[in-house]
Design a protein around this ligand. Structure first.
Ligand code: ADP
Ligand code: MG
Length: 237
């Protein structure tokens, strides 16, 4: 795992996301029950919660994909939000580079797409078809697609959930490196406690429609699954 350094781009003061009283019900059943949450610019946050606790619902609301939420939500730069899901959602009839470039335009777009693919380790695979990629490679391509948008906020909904354990760990390293280099705010939804602690600087637990726990992962930061510090944090969750 890449070492974490403190000398990074200073945090801007405006929070990227500000939610107040965010509420969502389905057929009279309240799933999000008045969520208050600030995501500071440039922070790597993980959102834990058991299955059905409303993680994806919250992520969709922040992404602006849900128009039935109530309460208030503010995004500092709503046009610069990228979302990565558990499946890559690459269009099978477009080559990898064309998938990455989808929805972008401008003369520089292709160059940015190529360098994003190189950053995720897919240089040389620009002309491959999505079905020629492994699961991990497809998720790399999905990350490249999110990067070309130079997101201020990267929302990821269990992006490694379908990958085998070894590939998942490689993707952890990659995601953390990309974050260190580009410094978007990240909200990573996961149900894997260790993944949350290793990757994020702040871990939220969604429980009964509220943020039940908001834990800062202090320095020194556990950076691998073998780090004994991991166990200490696990006990606090
Ligand atoms: P998580 O991602 O934490 O597993 P979800 O946000 O997907 O949980 O779902 C939270 C709850 O909201 C679940 O009980 C789910 O059934 C319900 N839910 C989510 N989306 C819908 C929908 N479109 N219609 C009805 N119920 C939904
Ligand atoms: Mg979900």
């Amino acid at each position: 795992m890449a070492t974490h350094t403190e000398q990074l781009t200073p945090l801007r003061t405006e929070p990227t996301v500000q939610l107040r009283g965010l509420t969502r019900s389905f057929d009279g059943r309240t799933v999000l029950d008045g969520i208050d949450l600030d995501l500071p610019a440039g922070q790597f946050t993980a959102l834990l919660g058991h299955s059905g606790s409303g993680k994806s619902t919250l992520l969709r609301a922040i992404a602006g994909l849900d128009h039935s939420v109530t309460g208030s939500g503010r995004l500092s730069a709503p046009e610069r939000v990228s979302v990565v899901f558990q499946d890559s959602r690459l269009l099978p009839w477009r080559r990898v580079l064309d998938n990455v470039l989808l929805g972008t335009d401008g003369r520089e777009a292709e160059g940015k797409g190529r360098s994003a693919l190189a950053e995720v380790g897919l240089a040389g695979r620009e002309r491959a078809w999505p079905n020629e990629l492994s699961g991990g490679e497809a998720q790399r391509a999905a990350l490249a697609r999110s990067l070309v948008r130079e997101p201020e906020l990267l929302l990821a909904d269990e992006p490694f959930g379908a990958l085998d354990a070894l590939t998942r760990i490689r993707m952890h390293v990659l995601l953390r490196e990309l974050w260190e280099r580009h410094r978007p705010s990240v909200l990573l939804v996961t149900h894997d406690v260790d993944e949350a602690i290793v990757l994020a600087d702040r871990v939220l637990v969604l429980d009964q429609g509220r943020i039940g726990l908001d834990l800062t992962i202090d320095r020194p930061h556990p950076r691998s699954y073998r780090d004994p510090l991991l166990g200490e944090y696990r006990e606090r969750l």
